[in-house]
Design a protein around this ligand. Structure first.
Ligand code: DUC
Ligand code: ZN
Ligand code: ZN
Ligand code: ZN
Length: 491
């Protein structure tokens, strides 16, 4: 046969509307798009359903050994290894129509990068998802920036992740500048968690001293202004160094406005948001006892009014990627007992919620089904833009001849009530339990293999591939420098 698989009779999302055609797949890649393809070894009948590019989740924490991070505690850092292994995360991703992820290689303070990268490479290779890495930098010593960063870049890692908050992850302005300079020299993107460390620490101490320690005070510890301030600072310093950045998980209009202003000035600054900032609220954390902890992530979920403003920033193109920030801790596991059990003050509860499988259905339902965005917008936000910004395009992120055959067969009319069982992850809850959605993935294809059909995931552990990234245009500096003085010359 000419083709290994044909996806027959779907409405194929091209990024410019849909076209009714067949997709011929050979050796894991899309080899033909045609009105009728017959000579194939196997057929997946699309029956008029949508065929979308497989989702690319460019921000998820999988099997990440984190030391202290994601907990507000000051003091001896707690170690959490996310329960979500690459195998369970792959199952969950395929269940939700996602086929590739970019996840995080940790750096622990006082250590270099390469030993942990070697460990993480072994973990990731056990999964079924295709994957790339962001390298977290928490300790930007000269040895790390001058010797190790060029080595990880040679291995195909093209993004450095920094935190402006969390003990012990956060960087000073001085260290942040050093990372920007290293990224510029090595042709990397810098992705930034923007919240003001000192401001959150101060408010947290005052709240706890006042006896306000229940989960809902997590939101009080970090109002939008701490996010807006850090977003402004992250952008200003990136402008100074002339280094492109992506602002992670924008939760509110005022932070998005900083990005809009920067882009208006021509800066290479991109903004990501997540389903939690379109559906969850601070009130969700105001539940009896410990239950509110299930919704704790950072930045904090805001309000219904803020959701509407974030949608507007998506429509304007200021926020151009929707990722999950999947970072699951079970209520019966680290969420509930990492530090001091179910009476723990919010400060000691790990931040993060699971969302790998829920991302596409929620964005499709709340966005496309409810008329807030178009199908083309959906494809851009969930696949094409993450692929382009991460340097994975055109191998990933679009349905075109030559691209990897990563597809989500999507029933736009199917009504589903989200439940933890449907998420197929290792975490013991979903913050989206009971949410009704219209639109659901009915099959997932990863490099030509049907890895999910009607909710049943079938894929061999160890079949996921590392996606090496080379130099790419989007992260090239603009060449605009204050006084024309280059304080960060290339190598
Ligand atoms: N925010 C979270 O909620 N979890 C992981 C890291 C982060 O920044
Ligand atoms: Zn973050
Ligand atoms: Zn403007
Ligand atoms: Zn994150």
């Amino acid at each position: 046969a000419d083709y290994d698989l044909v996806v027959r009779g779907g409405e194929v999302a091209t990024g410019f509307g849909t076209a009714r055609c067949d997709i011929g797949i050979r050796d894991g890649r899309i080899a033909a798009l045609a009105e009728r393809i017959t000579d194939a070894a196997a057929t997946l009948e699309a029956g008029g359903l949508l065929v979308l590019p497989g989702g690319i989740d460019s921000h998820c924490h999988i099997e990440e050994p984190a030391r202290g991070g994601y907990v507000g505690t000051v003091g001896e850092p707690v170690v959490t290894v996310s329960e979500e292994s690459f195998v369970t995360a792959s199952t969950s991703a395929f269940a939700g129509g996602t086929t590739s992820v970019v996840c995080f290689v940790p750096q622990w303070k006082g250590e270099g990068l390469l030993p942990r990268l070697a460990d993480y490479e072994r973990r990731a290779a056990r999964g079924m998802l295709d994957y790339s890495f962001h390298q977290i930098i928490t300790d930007p010593t000269e040895a790390v920036l001058e010797r190790e960063v060029p080595q990880i870049v040679a291995k195909g890692i093209r993004s450095l992740k920094v935190f402006l908050t969390y003990e012990p992850l956060h960087l000073s302005d001085e260290d942040y500048i050093k990372v920007l300079v290293a990224a510029r020299r090595n042709g990397c993107l810098v992705t930034v968690h923007c919240e003001n460390y000192a401001a959150i620490k101060w408010r947290t101490e005052r709240l706890i001293a006042a006896g306000m320690s229940a989960p809902k005070y997590h939101a009080w510890s970090r109002p939008s202004v701490v996010e807006r301030e850090a977003t402004h600072r992250a952008i200003a310093l990136a402008e100074l160094v002339d280094q492109p950045i992506q602002v992670f998980h924008v939760s509110c209009e005022e932070a998005a406005e900083e990005i809009a202003r920067a882009r208006h000035r021509g800066l290479k600054v991109w903004g990501e948001t997540c389903p939690q900032y379109l559906t969850l609220t601070a009130e969700d954390m105001d539940r009896p006892g410990f239950e509110g902890a299930a919704f704790m992530c950072s930045p904090s979920p805001r309000s219904r009014e803020e959701h509407a403003r974030v949608w507007e920033m998506i429509r304007r193109g200021t926020l151009d990627i929707v990722s999950s920030d999947h970072c699951g801790f079970s209520m019966a596991g680290d969420k509930g007992k990492a530090v001091s059990g179910r009476d723990a003050p919010f400060r000691d509860i790990p931040n993060g919620i699971p969302g790998l499988a829920a991302r596409l259905p929620i964005l499709f339902s709340e966005g496309v089904s409810k008329g807030r965005i178009s199908l083309d917008d959906f494809v851009r936000l969930t696949a094409t833009n993450p692929a382009r910004l991460m340097g994975l395009a055109p191998r990933k992120g679009l349905i075109a001849v030559g691209a990897d055959a990563d597809l989500a067969l999507w029933d736009p009319a199917k009504k589903v009530t989200i439940s933890n069982r449907l998420m197929q992850h290792a975490i013991d809850y979903t913050p989206y339990e009971g949410l009704e959605v219209t639109g659901w993935p009915v099959a997932t294809v990863r490099r030509g293999a049907v890895v999910m059909r009607d909710g049943v995931v079938q894929a061999e552990p160890g079949t996921g591939r590392f996606l090496p990234r080379g130099p790419y245009e989007m992260v090239r500096p603009r060449g605009v420098l204050a006084n024309g003085f280059d304080a960060a010359p290339a190598g």
